[in-house]
Design a protein around this ligand. Structure first.
Ligand code: ADP
Ligand code: ZN
Ligand code: ZN
Length: 730
């Protein structure tokens, strides 16, 4: 009798430890990348096999007797391919985060569970080759069979077939065997048989597409063009070319809200391609299905938000990152990463071209372009003939009185615009009614008991709300300090502007669009429909409205209180403000109407504004780069932030001091002293941070990895810490 086959597995688990774990498997070696179920302490966990061997590696320092057995090898997903495992390994090193947790983040939720996923059947879609011929084979009285056959005129999943008739699955099997029914690509019910028209490319677009077509292997491109210059059209052409060669394409977008629009545009252009979306707004089952379709190479276009960057794509041929400067590409919880940066690494790893598109590229990307690492593709003007850049005007709120937040100039211009039958957008980056509720008698201000923050007054439901921790209460009837009953709202939010505008333009009721009234699924879409249909002509909104949307009738944008970002302590604040204001401005005059933008500011003579008004982002970006270089700021120096929070500041700071001691043993690293975070108290936690920097990226990486390993070993009850590499907030 010969011994049973035994394999030794190294498994990455979703636990906060910087190591993999060893298990026995009584059977032939599973493929590396397979999902397994293993015991872990008292728990049962799912993990991913990262190494397999026929003998126990002595370097693991374990005896066979110490090993527990793996309970199951699951086959509900294709094993994670080597390139995705390598990508996760890279991220684990770069972002100093445990490999098991990185891998977990790369998988859809259902494939992180220690049970097999049952939804796999629904992956296949079936369609009758010829419905009439199939019906001819069936008895005229087999009504249910005939109903199923008729349903198969368009692609159906097995679930859909079973919904038509309980026995549908069995008949389907017979018909497939007989060759009457074949596997098909699912389509949206509304997919048109004909692809939408290809507009003639402008000269700039044509030259950009030609250079993309010629790209072989890894080549990063920065596609720089104002909103409306036709960047999306360039993506579509290049995607078409890569699909024609059998490739798969990954398209990243910053916001879930933008995916349905873009998805619709892609479906119109590629009605016969299998397109899937991947974002956190999808139900677990759908997301898992879409992910598997991509991983099997069956979905050919993957449209997704940051988490999609880890999707396995066996035929990956092109990556597109739209609005590459956008903050939403940064994951700010748990495993903190920048999906744009990971996408660039992935393109290099897969040896495929990548297009980073933006009207206001990130300073990091701009530098890579200036230093020759990225190829610049510029789209000079708006694509639609006759569409000109909007005309921008500054209005000083020091020189003009404000009427409920608006200057007379703004009010007059809004009136002219609405009288002319056009649409206008009033932009303010603050939701709620008023950001401050104050007592004029004693100076009391409503503030959050759990954060160093003021409470925002929301009038609709009469609540004071903390936008940082979510705490809320009804506004007090009188000042809690002096009893004064006349508490005053100070400053403006979207709700208060809505009230102002309702008073000013009773015939054109404003439509407010912000996070507060678009939480319900579909509500944003419904509102956007109203805008597109011209039913809503006066819009009030936050940055939700600034990105991506294409409103044909919009000719005027009024920016209320632009200044908030101007004097921030964060060295990136101006870059962001520039991008945001240019984005909002880009909403005006997209489809031929001349656009106007009015910016109300207290600081009209700040040097920031002339550059913004000229719309010359390139000049601005070059100046910012020089400043960063002169001051040794990122991207000229590599930064990491170590943050800690605890019930008391003292505890967080003490913890960080010990971390700084550890860091100082590392070469080439500068670790500052722990300081309180900008908002020191948040949700009843006191927060402190340490800035770690180095002129050498590898030195920073290895020091942070070392630090993570040490900190994970250290018991520090009541202290939560995390490492933020390339922090986007100082
Ligand atoms: P961006 O992605 O840079 O904002 P889009 O690709 O969305 O720009 O183009 C803006 C508008 O111009 C869209 O309505 C698009 O259909 C149209 N467009 C793009 N390229 C052309 C072209 N070559 N000819 C005519 N219209 C175009
Ligand atoms: Zn008072
Ligand atoms: Zn709070």
């Amino acid at each position: 009798m010969h011994a049973a086959v035994v394999s030794y597995l190294q498994v990455a688990l979703d636990v906060p430890l910087q190591r993999t774990f060893d298990y026995l498997w009584a059977g032939p070696a599973p493929t590396v990348g397979s999902r397994v179920v293993v015991p872990f302490g008292k728990q049962t966990l799912a993990g991913v096999v990262v190494a397999v061997s026929a003998e126990l590696d002595p370097a693991r320092g374990l005896t066979v007797a110490q090993l527990k057995a793996s309970q199951a090898v699951l086959d509900d997903m294709p094993p994670l391919p080597a390139d995705i495992l390598a990508l996760c390994k890279f991220c684990s090193d770069y972002y100093a985060w445990p490999l098991g947790q990185v891998i977990a983040a790369a998988l859809p939720g259902a494939l992180r569970q220690p049970q097999p996923w049952q939804g796999g059947q629904a992956l296949q879609f079936w369609q009758a080759l010829d419905v009439t011929a199939l019906l001819g084979q069936l008895s005229p009285r087999a009504h249910k069979q005939r109903a199923v056959a008729e349903a198969l005129a368009v692609p159906r999943s097995i679930e859909q077939v079973r919904a038509v008739a309980h026995d549908g699955g069995r008949w389907l099997k017979e018909w497939i065997a007989a060759g009457w029914v074949v596997e098909a690509v699912p389509q949206a019910d509304t997919a048109p048989p004909q692809a939408s028209a290809h507009p003639d490319l402008t000269a700039c677009q044509a030259s950009a597409v030609a250079r993309l077509n010629a790209a072989q292997g890894y080549q990063p491109f920065l596609l720089y063009g104002v909103t409306g210059s036709g960047k999306t059209e360039v993506y579509l052409r290049e995607i078409e070319a890569r699909l024609a060669h059998g490739g798969q394409v990954l398209v990243l977008v910053p916001e879930i809200n933008l995916t349905p629009q873009l998805e619709a545009r892609f479906r119109l252009r590629f009605p016969h391609e299998h397109i899937v979306a991947l974002h956190s707004g999808l139900a677990d089952g759908e997301r898992t299905r879409n992910w598997l379709l991509a991983a099997q190479g069956r979905a050919r276009i993957v449209l997704g938000t940051r988490l999609a960057v880890f999707t396995p794509l066996p035929h990956l041929a092109l990556i597109v990152v739209d609005e590459e400067h956008d903050q939403s590409y940064r994951q700010q919880e748990g495993f903190r990463y920048s999906a744009r940066d990971v996408a660039v690494y992935r393109a290099r790893q897969a040896q495929v071209p990548i297009v980073l598109g933006s009207a206001t590229p990130a300073i990091e990307s701009w530098r890579n372009m200036r230093e020759g690492r990225y190829t610049l593709l510029t789209l000079g003007q708006r694509a639609v003939t006759g569409a000109k850049p909007p005309q921008m005007t500054l209005i000083s709120t020091q020189q003009q009185r404000l009427f409920d937040g608006l200057t007379q100039t703004a009010i007059n211009t809004l009136r002219d615009c609405l009288d002319a039958g056009q649409q206008a957008l009033v932009f303010i980056n603050r939701r709620g009614y008023s950001p401050v509720l104050a007592c004029h008698e004693c100076g009391w201000i409503a503030s959050c008991k759990r954060c160093d923050a003021r409470l925002v007054l929301h009038r609709e439901d009469r609540r004071l709300r903390c936008h940082h921790c979510g705490w809320e209460s009804p506004p007090p009837a009188q000042c809690p300090d002096c009893g004064n009953a006349d508490l005053q709202p100070l400053g403006f939010g979207t709700q208060r502007l809505e009230e102002t505008l309702t008073g000013l333009f009773p015939d054109t009721p404003p439509l407010r669009i912000d996070r507060d009234n678009t939480r319900r699924k579909g509500s944003l879409d419904a509102m956007l429909q109203q805008v597109h249909a011209g039913e809503a002509r006066l819009l009030v909104g936050t940055q939700m409205l600034a990105k991506g949307h294409d409103f044909a009738g919009l000719s005027l944008v009024v920016v209320v209180n632009a200044d908030a970002g101007l004097f921030s302590t964060d060295f990136r604040a101006q870059e962001r403000l520039f991008a945001q204001l240019l984005q909002v401005a880009g909403r005006a005059g997209r489809a031929g109407l001349p656009g106007r933008v009015l910016i109300q500011t207290r600081y009209h003579d700040d040097p920031f504004y002339p550059q913004l008004m000229s719309g010359d982002y390139a000049a601005f970006a070059d100046r910012v780069l020089q400043e960063r270089k002169a001051n040794d700021l990122p991207p000229y120096s590599a930064w990491a932030m170590l943050r800690a929070e605890s019930k008391t500041l003292m505890r967080a700071v003490t913890y960080l001091r010990e971390a700084v001691q550890l860091l100082r043993t590392q070469p080439g690293i500068h670790a500052g002293a722990p300081i309180p975070a900008l908002m020191m108290r948040k949700a009843n936690q006191e927060r402190a941070q340490v800035l770690v920097s180095s002129s050498s990226r590898p030195a920073l990486q290895s020091a942070m990895r070392f630090l993570m390993g040490e900190l994970l070993q250290k018991k520090a009850p009541g202290v939560r810490w995390y490492i933020d590499i390339d922090p986007s907030e100082a």
